[in-house]
Write a protein that binds this ligand. Structure first.
Ligand code: BV8
Ligand code: ZN
Length: 248
């Protein structure tokens, strides 16, 4: 169903959008869904690798137990991503950064599609699939440079094992990323929560922080989430259809 520009966005929200000086967007996997990236939850729990749910294959335990298998899963995902392009949701969000005096994009996505659409200074709470990190010395290397002998690439600095530079279940977020996002959430006046099931913490606390600090919080999602009740407005539908309507 095509989103209807007249009925979907309230007059109050249009006014707030046109006057806002400080806006924050928290994005999740649903923002990349219209590009063809499978989401993790909803839509049939589609992220499964060799019969393992993603919460098993994308876990800190799996890095300890079977790092080559973890690389195989991430190599497969990068292969899929390499063929995909940003969609109209990524593009709208990229345009918004030049529209407001202060704009912050916080993403849980590791796919790099926001940057591909032109977004700058993206706060990547869960890291990026396009970078590897050394298990021994913590050095970061672009995955484009890696050589996969025996399934696990070696660090160019110390020769240690590299792993994907993403935040797996049970792992800490990158130093300072959540703190920066929380600080921005405290000062924004309008907060969009787009394409996230809002069940993974601490990411899901960003809109809670914004709301507690007085921001107007708007959810964009075809499904309700645990956050829906806290939101001032819920726009039911696809991010790629709804977000561009704000400029019409
Ligand atoms: C940590 C790996 C500190 C990367 C992922 C409080 C209570 C209970 C548990 C916890 C808690 N606080 C922390 C935890 C533990 C845990 C957690 O949250 N567990 C939950 C699930 C119970 N959190 C952690 O472990 C975090 N670390 O807390 O560190 C610590 C550490 C150790 C000891 C003590 C403290 C780390 C979390 C990182 C998780 N990493 N994956 C990878 O392989 O890619 S999870 C995964 O979920 C992705 O990374 C993704 O970023 C994240 C969130 O998912 P969403 O983006 O929301 O996507 P999802 O598929 O769920 O939903 C899609 C949505 O889109 C749906 O709502 C759908 O309706 C919608 N949609 C679909 N199409 C569209 C659409 N919307 C708009 N438009 C469309 N077209
Ligand atoms: Zn190293």
């Amino acid at each position: 169903m095509q989103a209807d520009t007249k009925t979907l966005i309230s007059e109050e929200l249009r006014q707030r959008f046109s006057k806002a000086k400080n806006v924050l967007v928290l994005s999740g996997a649903g923002v990349s869904a219209e590009s063809g990236v499978p989401t993790f939850r909803g839509g049939g729990d589609s992220a499964v690798w060799k019969k393992m749910p993603f919460s098993v294959i994308s876990s800190a335990e799996m890095v300890e137990r079977d790092l080559p298998e973890v690389w195989e899963w991430f190599n497969y995902r990068r292969g899929v991503l390499a063929t995909l392009k940003p969609n109209s949701a990524h593009e709208a969000i990229a345009r918004w950064q030049d529209r407001f005096d202060h704009f912050t994009l916080v993403t849980q996505n590791v796919d790099g599609l926001h940057q591909a659409a032109g977004s700058r200074e993206v706060i990547e709470l869960h890291g990026t699939i396009w970078q590897a990190r050394c298990c021994d010395c913590d050095a970061r290397h672009s995955v484009r440079d890696l050589k996969f002998d025996n399934g696990v690439p070696a660090c160019f600095d110390c020769g240690g094992h590299l792993r994907p530079d993403v935040v797996l279940f049970g792992e800490m977020l990158p130093a300072g990323a959540f703190e920066l996002a929380a600080m921005k959430a405290e000062s924004c006046e309008l907060c969009f929560v787009a394409g996230t099931s809002a069940v993974v913490y601490p990411a899901a606390s960003i809109p809670e922080i914004a709301r507690a600090a007085g921001a107007y919080v708007v959810e964009v999602n075809p499904e309700l989430t645990p956050l829906s009740d806290l939101c001032d407005e819920v726009l039911p539908g696809k991010a790629g259809e709804i977000l561009p309507l704000f400029e019409k």
